[in-house]
Design a protein around this ligand. Sequence first.
Ligand SMILES: [Zn+2]
Length: 157
Amino acid sequence: MPLNKSESWSSQNCPGCGASLRDSESCQTIFESFLALEYADPGYGEVHFLTVACFMIQHGCYSDEALAWIEQKLRLNLEQGVPAMQICRQAAKETGQGVRLWKITRPPDAPQLPKVAWSMTIIDVKAGYHDAASYCALVTEWARRTLKEMSPLLVQK
Ligand SMILES: [Zn+2]
């Protein structure tokens, strides 16, 4: 998912999630390296659903409908213990059917989302993991915090 090109890159912080970046580093390239890792190694792939959800939420990639939908999915996984694999399968089915009802990707003319001062970003996962187990633990923690902190992004009905 490419970041909004109209936003200019700051040398210090990601314009999407506010993470402090080093030179030539971007959340997008880190995300792509994580995905490669998850596809190559099932030990890392276990948290694939959470990695994608957190990245998309923190970078404003989801439409309002998708934000409400993914929040439910995160709750199912993190609060009710529904396995991520099961949610993935269910999600694939639902998005397959739901494409005609609403778009997952935030349309360019959608209202701008409020900025959230995330307590944890993809940079923290990258800095902290050293194997599959620590990777999964960090991504899960990232997802817990994202779920807790994403409420300003949800449209109040
Ligand atoms: Zn970012």
